[in-house]
Ligand binder design. Structure first.
Ligand SMILES: *Cc1c(COP(=O)(O)O)cnc(C)c1O
Length: 356
């Protein structure tokens, strides 16, 4: 793939105080764009100065939500190297999302090349502190000018970058979550396994209601039987019950197959630590909590890596997990994954990829 690079004449000052970066608030000087037209495929791959996109009010995405995205990070190691974590997995997942929406796929090597090219141009924006990163947001949308929604003949693929602060500036604080028993996020045969804007739109109300009750996220139940736990807001969920790490199976297609989730399972298996992917009912969880066998619970995803759950609520029952503190397996997984990502621990799994 040929990428034309046009650098900005007006670079912005790079934020110096990394403690105020937050997440997804600031954006770098450049973005990657390419267009897809029926008959022509992807064309005009380019890195251009960051700025607003012009969108026609009749553009398909604004009406019918044909939008998918990805999320990954670039990490700066203590030696000053910049590296990515399993970017090919993001490329593959983007294509699985695209297929679900009849959107065009992007050759995996082109996806990774585009990410690398853009991060390289804005490499000075990768923050320095441990736990800080350059968040990478690739996304694709339909921007045909047409309310009829016939076969879409034009798509755009864009990548933007956002320097992000340490998720745990104040330490790994366990969060409170509640099992949502009214709204559902996804159903079998639906779009749960894709990273699409629409899934987030459908999750918004339950998230707001949970926040109003003092919980930071909801734990979704399956949309069919409303019995089995699936995942939290933007993270997969894992539990340690009777010494075994268990996580909901993704076989039904209603759960997002997280790369962090996959990496944890692969790592546990490589170390011979017992783990299971299976259905986990809310009732089984609450029973384990009642009898003290629910030893740990944690969300996992690119943004937080590991997010320990300190409080779990379902209907009228509220339980503290591990005394509301992070458990030893959660802490060990956090230290291991972040160690590999930020280059403090040797990567024996072959997961990190240098940008250059
Ligand atoms: C992105 C995402 C995850 C986590 O996936 P990672 O690849 O580990 O970042 C989990 N659930 C949902 C709904 C997501 O959008």
């Amino acid at each position: 793939m040929e990428i034309k690079i046009t650098k900005t004449a007006n670079p912005k000052p790079i934020p110096q105080d990394e403690s105020t970066l937050g997440f997804g608030l600031k954006f770098t000087d450049h973005m990657f764009l390419m267009d897809w037209d029926e008959g022509e495929g992807w064309h005009d791959a380019r890195v251009v100065p960051y700025g607003p996109l012009e969108i026609d009010p009749a553009s398909t995405v604004l009406h019918y939500a044909l939008e998918i995205f990805e999320g990954l990070k670039a990490y700066r190691t203590a030696e000053g190297k910049i590296q990515l974590f399993r970017p090919i997995e993001n490329a593959k997942r983007m294509n699985r999302s695209a297929a679900r929406f009849s959107m065009p796929d992007i050759p995996e090597e082109d996806f990774v090349e585009a990410v690398k090219a853009l991060v390289d141009v804005d490499s000075a924006w990768v923050p320095y502190g441990f736990g800080t990163s350059l968040y990478i947001r690739p996304f694709m949308f339909a921007d045909q000018v047409d309310l009829a929604l016939h076969k879409v003949k034009h798509y755009k693929f864009v990548i933007i970058l956002s320097p992000s602060g340490s998720y745990y500036a104040e330490g790994l604080n366990p969060v409170s979550i509640m099992i949502e028993d009214e709204d559902v996020r996804a159903v079998r045969g639906g779009t749960g396994f894709t990273k699409c804007g629409g899934n987030y739109a459908a999750s918004q109300r339950a998230g707001d209601r949970a926040m109003a009750k003092g919980y930071s996220q909801v734990l979704w139940l399956d949309g069919v039987e409303r019995k089995y736990v699936e995942e939290v807001g933007a993270m997969n969920i894992m539990f340690k019950i009777d010494g075994v790490v268990v996580t909901p199976s993704i076989a039904e297609g209603s759960i997002l197959p997280g790369i962090t989730r996959k990496s944890i399972l692969e790592y546990l298996r490589a170390k011979g630590i017992p783990c299971e992917e299976r259905k986990i009912s809310a009732e089984e969880l609450m029973e384990a909590a009642r009898t003290g066998r629910l030893e740990e619970a944690f969300g996992c995803g690119t943004a937080a890596v590991i997010s320990p759950v300190g409080t779990l609520a379902f209907k009228d029952e509220v339980y503290k997990i591990n005394g509301g503190k992070i458990g030893e397996t959660s802490q060990w997984l956090y230290d291991t994954l972040t160690g590999i990502q930020w280059g403090k621990i040797e990567d024996k799994m072959g997961w990190v990829v240098p940008v250059k």
